[in-house]
Design a protein around this ligand. Structure first.
Ligand SMILES: N[C@H](CCC[C@H](N)C(=O)O)C(=O)O
Length: 278
């Protein structure tokens, strides 16, 4: 049997396996089965904790989308893994290592966690796009969505500013943007409208998953895009997602701070029919 913990960040949910003692090798189809909301444990992303490679880190976090593919970053999951390490070590500051670098996490107010998600990458080659472009207005129009801002937060995002984010048919438009040929690695898609000064409403179609309740890296990309476009004053905003609110600050040094909750849901075990040898 293979134990797991179910966690979430504002409803963006994760199955977390601990492979720090014993390596766990998972195929794409195994992850798809374990992430399935009917035949598996159900999750948006599948997280495996591995021994840190860098001695400055407390743990290595490997991230797979529900479609089984490995991705570079997951803000909400980073807060959850940081929470596990804080509870385990008693430290209020921990370092989560990922394929794109070391992420520093700090205990914040009322059980929230603040993570430095690292620098926003803004060059067309960093998004990446298939051709050189102005990432402040990328040439990708789908239905009512046009001229998104490209931001890479370890993973790629196309941020569309619209009059009313609630009115956008994201199920119709999201997949077409996600798989548009201009984005060779595919892309996460955000639709954003300003509700009041310092607050942005954001809905997300996630690469490899679909619509999720929240997206930490998407919220980071949203505030970076809003600052670059002059949509907000200052460099800090609350991003209101379907599942709740994240506070994001884009520092003058280019790094992005994300603050929000990290919630445990339950523990379980996968039957050996799902993970042979378990
Ligand atoms: N939910 C995650 C983002 C996952 C991004 C993933 N869908 C990708 O393909 O990059 C977050 O909180 O940042």
């Amino acid at each position: 049997m293979l134990p797991f913990i179910k966690m979430h960040g504002l409803g963006n949910d994760f199955v977390v396996l601990d492979a720090r003692e014993t390596p766990i090798e998972l195929s794409v189809t195994q992850v798809q089965a374990m992430a399935d909301r009917r035949t598996g444990a159900g999750c948006d992303q599948f997280i495996v904790m591995e021994p840190a490679k860098d001695k400055k880190a407390d743990v290595f976090m490997r991230i797979r989308n529900a479609d089984g593919n490995e991705v570079e970053a997951c803000g909400n999951a980073t807060r959850c893994i940081a929470r596990i390490m804080m509870d385990e070590t008693g430290k209020s500051d921990v370092v989560v290592e990922t394929v794109v670098g070391l992420l520093h996490a700090t205990q914040a107010h009322e059980g929230s966690v603040t993570v430095n998600m690292g620098p926003a990458r803004l060059g067309w080659e960093e998004i990446p796009t298939a051709a050189q472009c102005d990432t402040l207005n990328m040439p990708v129009t789908v239905g009512p969505l046009e001229s998104p801002v490209g931001v890479n937060v370890g993973n790629p995002h196309a941020v569309y500013f619209v009059e009313d984010a609630e009115s956008i048919d994201l199920v119709a438009a999201g997949p077409h943007v996600e798989t548009h040929p201009f984005f060779p690695d595919r892309i996460n898609v955000e639709v954003v409208s300003k509700t009041k000064e310092g607050a942005l409403r954001m809905r997300v179609w996630e690469r490899g998953v679909g619509i999720t309740q929240a997206c930490g890296t998407g919220a980071c990309a949203t505030v970076v895009a809003a600052v670059r476009r002059g949509v907000i004053e200052g460099r800090c905003a609350d991003v209101v997602l379907d599942g709740g609110t994240l506070n994001i600050e884009w520092l003058e040094n280019g790094e992005i701070l994300m603050t929000g909750p990290a919630s445990r849901a339950f523990s379980g075990t996968f039957h050996s029919s799902v993970y042979p040898g378990a």
